[in-house]
Design a protein around this ligand. Structure first.
Ligand code: ADP
Length: 249
């Protein structure tokens, strides 16, 4: 969410070219993912990405309801992105709004591409994304955690989905915008891919980038997704190691 007319008022780099939180332009914020944190969900994941804290719960595949929504050829993935009232500095009015509906739609479409939906005709898979603390990049963090929660639920997938944002701040291309950079920068480019094929499943842009800046931003993002994908895989492996222990293996 960009705030207009304030870009030039705020210094977002120090005298050494570092960002306000001490990162270089190509650095990610710290990311931690944990799986199977909720007992009642079929799969779940919790992600901390910088100051973002997001809980994801997956239910299904189960018979789609209402029935007129059923597709005889495939399941549909229904993601619901919600920001808690206490997730931002000023209390957010609870309930859906245009922004959360848009984000739910783009996340649903990205996950639909990754899940083997053709295996589950007439079914739906629900993905609940609850943002407990928001600090910019929540759609990408929520989507990245959703892919892990779906895998933890045992939902067959072609691949995980992994994303990152880049943007332009004080005329410079930087990776993984912080909240201040998102608010006062000149552009924000969230992108998500399926890492094995490199297929892009989400791309949005707020603000303006030249073609060169766009190429620089996307190559930063693609490089970063390798590291984020490794964090996703490690979280899932840790989960399986714990399960094996439970079974006395
Ligand atoms: P994303 O979280 O995917 O970057 P936006 O660019 O729309 O999505 O939002 C950037 C950040 O702005 C959010 O992560 C959040 O910190 C803040 N924000 C979004 N909506 C609100 C709101 N209604 N009230 C206060 N802050 C908000």
């Amino acid at each position: 969410m960009r705030l207009l007319g304030t870009a030039s008022d705020k210094k977002l780099f120090d005298e050494n070219g570092l960002r306000l939180d001490g990162r270089s332009p190509g650095d990610l914020r710290p990311i931690r993912i944990e799986t199977d944190v909720l007992n009642r969900a079929d799969g779940s994941a919790f992600i901390e990405w910088g100051g973002n804290k997001i809980q994801v719960a997956v239910y299904g595949p189960r018979e789609a309801y209402p029935r007129h929504m059923q597709d005889i050829n495939q399941a549909f993935v229904r993601a619901r992105y919600n920001m808690a009232a206490f997730s931002v500095d000023e209390r957010k009015r609870p309930g859906p709004d245009r922004r959360s509906m848009e984000i739910s739609k783009v996340i649903s479409e990205a996950l639909q591409a990754a899940v083997m939906v053709e295996l589950f005709p007439r079914a739906q898979i629900d993905v609940f994304i609850e943002v407990l603390q928001a600090d910019a990049g929540t759609r990408i963090a929520g989507l990245t955690a959703s892919a892990v929660a779906l895998a933890a639920a045992g939902v067959p997938m072609r691949d995980l989905v992994v994303g990152c944002t880049a943007g332009k701040v004080d005329g410079k291309v930087v990776l993984d915008l912080s909240k201040e950079e998102d608010n006062f920068g000149q552009a924000d480019l969230p992108v998500a891919i399926m890492p094995k094929s490199g297929k892009v499943v989400l791309m949005q842009m707020d603000g303006d980038l030249s073609i060169d800046e766009f190429n620089e931003a996307t190559s930063m993002i693609f490089k970063a997704t390798e590291r984020i994908n490794q964090i996703q895989r490690d979280a899932l492996k840790k989960n399986y190691a714990n399960t094996a222990q439970d079974w006395g293996e």
